[in-house]
Design a protein around this ligand. Structure first.
Ligand code: BGP
Length: 479
């Protein structure tokens, strides 16, 4: 098989709140993810009233990258990573979000981390907002309900772009900006946008209002970033779960097509720079009052992204003559017509394992947008066992990643997709987002830490560490 480009960005993906710890160190303020309960297998997390309310909270210390970053980055370098995707915790830079001046200690921390990465030849790929909005902006302004928060985000972006303009080339604005489309799961609107729906409000309308202010924020940040450094590559980031028709029944086909619009809405605006007609028709049909002001269209048009980053874990399937109550059910993407796909298996957490769906997704996105793509999350959450001799065998994770890499290679070498890189999610064990557990491990580096915060925090290499090291060394030839 033909090979991937020599400069293909093999890496790993992380998010500040899930691995840094130091949740209130160095002047950092609380963020929206600091006030959620730790869930458990299949139990959704809840938003608590105050920081004190959330009992033992895994994200507060996480795996303490905050004080161990040199050792962890040395392990990433030993693995051979060409890049590392992570986020800048917004409330480390602006603890409340509305300060005049940024927090110098927070800025210095990321200077140190980026310097350490670059010392090892690892390219930082930085997400500006990975569910880490300062809690004060959510409580005081209602998060992205308010256009003021658009301005606060743009200011945060400008500070980061200016400070790190010679260290970071690849940026993304909002992580999984679109997962709040599942309006029955309050976790998403809260972490994405710092918004909770009030009694009597229409959740979808509120979601689109917040979405509009975020899309403006992204476009304004892109335009500002290009002024600061025209070499910047600034991407959008969406969670993509393809939706298949259950059969060749035209009703199933059309249902899948129509349901996919909830996957395409945000990337359509990010990439094309205008609202798609199907969305404008929905706003009109449903009577949504979206605060699109004079000049907003211009802003969106002038702030389109350079590439599309996306997460891919699973696929879903819909059947036109079935209505399930999947509200808030991540496995079926919260789709009311969601059904099991009889042709594929699922992980311990019920996520459908579908490597071909990744190739399908790459082709659909590339055909639709004709801009470079970047797989910035893909991974297999599982329980790992440490053997007597300390070894950790994770063949299922290796097989999951191998099968997905095989498909992305076909998309590039056979289908002609322009793919920048691949950063498997959770390159080191971290706290799960949806459940708040350490038990749901993604890493190729094991961390001795359990759900209750017990353990030495010691790092050890899993079998997949050595496997991935070879994959990178041979640019994907050895799988
Ligand atoms: C995505 C988030 C990541 C990560 C991933 C895995 O939605 O962008 O933050 O958490 O999901 O999900 P989980 O950690 O819940 O298994």
């Amino acid at each position: 098989m033909a090979s991937l480009p020599k400069n293909f960005l093999w890496g790993g993906a992380l998010a500040a709140h899930q691995f840094e710890g130091g949740w209130n160190a160095g002047g950092k303020g609380p963020s929206v993810v600091d006030v959620m309960t730790a869930g458990a297998h299949g139990v959704a997390r809840k938003i608590t009233k105050t920081v004190e309310d959330s009992e033992f909270y895994p994200n507060h210390e996480a795996i303490d990258f905050y004080s161990r970053y040199k050792g962890d980055i040395a392990l990433f370098a030993e693995m051979g990573l060409k890049c590392l995707r992570t986020s800048i915790a917004w409330s480390r830079i602006f603890p409340r979000g509305d300060e005049e001046e940024p927090n110098e200690e927070g800025l210095q921390f990321y200077d140190d981390v980026f310097d350490e990465l670059l010392k090892h030849g690892i390219e930082p790929v930085i997400t500006l907002s990975h569910f880490e909005m300062p809690l004060h902006l959510a409580r005081e302004f209602g998060g992205f309900r308010s256009r003021k928060v658009t301005d606060y985000f743009v200011k945060f972006a400008e500070v980061c772009f200016t400070r790190y303009k010679d260290k970071v080339k690849y940026w993304m604005t909002f992580n999984e900006i679109n997962n709040k489309m599942d309006v029955n799961n309050p976790l998403f609107l809260w972490t994405n946008s710092g918004v909770t729906v009030k009694e009597g409000e229409n959740p979808k309308e509120i979601m689109y209002i917040a979405g509009h202010h975020e899309l403006l924020a992204s476009a304004l940040a892109v335009a500002k970033g290009k002024e600061i450094n025209p070499e910047f590559q600034i991407g959008a980031m969406v969670s993509h779960v393809p939706i298949y028709p259950y059969s060749s029944n035209p009703e199933d086909i059309m249902l899948a097509e129509e349901t996919m619009r909830q996957r395409y809405f945000f990337p359509d605006v990010h990439v094309r720079g205008y609202y798609p007609s199907y969305a404008l028709k929905e706003f009109e049909r449903e009577g949504y009052n979206i605060p699109i002001e004079h000049g907003d269209e211009e802003i969106l048009k002038n702030g389109t992204v350079d590439y599309l980053g996306f997460s891919y874990y699973m696929s879903t399937t819909v059947k036109s003559d079935v209505v399930n109550d999947n509200r808030g059910d991540i496995v079926n993407g919260g789709l009311p017509n969601g059904v099991e796909n009889p042709y594929i298996k699922s992980s311990d957490w019920g996520w459908a394992i579908d490597p071909v769906g990744l190739r399908y997704t790459l082709n659909r996105f590339y055909d639709r947008y004709q801009i470079p793509l970047f797989i910035v999350e893909n991974g297999f959450g599982a329980v790992d066992t440490v053997e007597e001799d300390g070894s950790i065998h994770d063949p299922e994770r290796i097989q999951y990643l191998r099968s997905h890499i095989e498909e992305l290679m076909k998309a590039v070498t056979h289908d002609g997709v322009d793919l920048l890189g691949y950063t498997p999610w959770g390159i080191i064990d971290i706290v799960s987002f949806t459940t708040g557990e350490m038990k749901k491990r993604y890493g190729m580096i094991y961390v001795d830490r359990d759900n209750e915060g017990n353990g030495s925090m010691e790092r050890s290499k899993k079998e997949s560490f050595h496997w991935y090291q070879q994959v990178i060394k041979t640019n994907g030839e050895t799988l």
